[in-house]
Design a protein around this ligand. Structure first.
Ligand code: SAM
Length: 333
C-alpha cells in the first residue's frame, strides 16, 4: 500500500525525509525514480538545482503530473512511461548516476481511480492493472483453475481461507460472471470473524501481485538497477508487504555477507560481496508520520551501496522460484 493517503487526501510521499537523508550526500548528479507516482520523491530531489531526475512509471495516467515537471524543470527531468524491469533499456548518456530508488505499490490516485478496481469499493468488472499488463483480475477470477487460484491467494496474499474462497469462486462463476462486488461478497460470506484489516485485503493483494507480475518486476528491477549503477551508487527500496520485503532483504543480505564455507559442504560457492549495507534493520516511519498518514505504517525502507560488479544472480532466482512459478499461472489464462 502506498503512503499517499491521509484524511485530507493530500499527497504524502512515505519516508521522504529518511530517503532524502540517505541520498542527499550524493547530490549533484543523476537519480532514477523507478516509481514516479505523484512525483513526491522526484520533486524533492529536483529542488536541488544540481540534480537531474529520470523517472519511470508503468501507469500512463502519471503522465499528467510528469508533464508539469518537464515544463518546470526542463531538461533536468525526464519521464518514461515504462515498467522498471526494463530500466536497463533506458538510453541515457549521463554517466553521473548516483542512486536508484523504488517506492513500491500504488498511489492514492490509483485507489481512487475506480476503473482500476484496486479498492474494495469499486463496482463492476474486476481489473487491478496498473499499466502495461497482459491480463486483468477479471481474467484470473473468471478463468483460472481451482488449484492455481487457491495457490495465488495462499502464496501472494497469505490468505488462510484460500481453498474455500477459490472453491466458492468456481461454484459461483459457473452461474454468472464474477464482478468486484461479487468477489467481496464471496470473501465476506466466508470470513465471518472480526478482523482488523478489511476481509478482502489479502485476496485483493494477491490478485494485484499476479496481474502486475510484481514478483518478477521487483526481482528484475533490482538486478537491472544494480547493473546500471556505478560502484558507490545507492539502491533504495520502500516496500509495503512482507513478500516484497522478503525479496529485497534477501537481495541485499545474500550479496553483502561473507558466507562461511561449511566443512560438510565445502563445495558450496561463496557469493561475491557486491553491496555494503549501512543500516542492518529497515527504516520505518516515525509515530508522527503514521498519525499523519496511517497507511505508511507498513512501509520499510532498505538500502545498500554497490561496492562491486557482478552478473550471476542464479541463487536469487532459485530462492524465489516458488513465487515465480505461481506468477507464471497468469500466462495460461
Ligand atoms: C507508491 S506509488 C509511488 C509514489 C511516489 N513515490 C510519490 O512520491 O508520489 C508507486 C508507483 O509505482 C508505479 N509502479 C508499480 N509497479 C511498477 C513497475 N513495475 N514499473 C513502473 N512503475 C511501477 C505505480 O504505477 C505507482 O504510480
Amino acid at each position: 500500500m502506498n503512503a499517499t493517503i491521509n484524511l485530507e487526501k493530500k499527497h504524502f510521499p512515505v519516508l521522504l525525509d529518511e530517503l532524502i537523508s540517505i541520498i542527499s550526500p550524493l547530490y549533484g548528479g543523476t537519480f532514477i525514480d523507478c516509481t514516479f507516482g505523484q512525483g513526491g520523491y522526484s520533486k524533492k530531489i529536483l529542488s536541488n538545482k544540481n540534480n537531474i531526475v529520470i523517472a519511470l512509471d508503468r501507469d500512463s495516467k502519471t503522465l499528467t503530473t510528469a508533464r508539469k515537471l518537464t515544463k518546470e524543470f526542463k531538461d533536468r527531468f525526464i519521464f518514461v512511461n515504462e515498467k522498471f524491469s526494463n530500466i536497463d533499456k533506458l538510453k541515457f548518456s549521463n554517466r553521473n548516476l548516483k542512486a536508484i530508488i523504488f517506492d513500491l505499490g500504488y498511489s492514492i490516485n490509483q485507489i481512487n481511480d475506480l476503473e482500476k478496481g484496486l479498492s474494495f469499493n469499486s463496482k463492476g468488472k474486476l481489473n487491478m492493472r496498473l499499466g502495461k499488463n497482459l491480463i486483468s483480475a477479471h481474467d484470473v477470477v473468471n478463468k483460472m483453475p481451482y488449484e492455481e487460484l487457491s495457490k495465488v491467494f495462499r502464496y501472494f496474499g497469505e490468505e488462510q481461507k484460500s481453498k474455500i474462497i477459490a472453491k466458492n469462486i468456481i461454484n459461483i462463476r459457473s452461474k454468472k460472471i464474477i464482478l468486484t462486488e461479487d468477489l467481496v461478497n464471496i470473501i465476506e460470506n466466508i470470513k465471518k470473524k472480526h478482523s482488523k484489516i478489511n476481509k478482502s485485503t489479502k485476496v485483493f493483494q494477491s490478485l494485484r501481485i499476479l496481474v502486475n507480475n510484481e514478483i518478477s518486476q521487483l526481482m528484475l528491477g533490482l538486478i537491472n538497477s544494480f547493473k546500471l549503477l556505478p560502484i558507490g551508487g545507492i539502491l533504495a527500496v520502500v516496500t509495503f508487504h512482507s513478500i516484497e520485503d522478503r525479496i529485497v532483504k534477501f537481495f541485499f543480505k545474500n550479496y553483502s555477507e561473507d558466507k562461511k564455507n561449511s566443512r560438510y559442504f565445502p563445495e558450496i560457492k561463496k557469493n561475491k560481496k557486491i553491496f555494503k549495507i549501512i543500516n542492518k534493520k529497515p527504516i520505518t516511519p516515525s509515530k508522527n508520520e503514521i498519525i499523519l498518514n496511517p497507511p505508511s505504517r507498513s512501509a520499510k525502507l532498505r538500502y545498500a551501496k554497490k561496492i562491486d560488479n557482478f552478473n550471476d544472480f542464479n541463487d536469487f532466482f532459485k530462492k524465489f522460484e516458488y513465487l515465480l512459478k505461481i506468477e507464471k499461472f497468469g500466462d495460461n489464462i
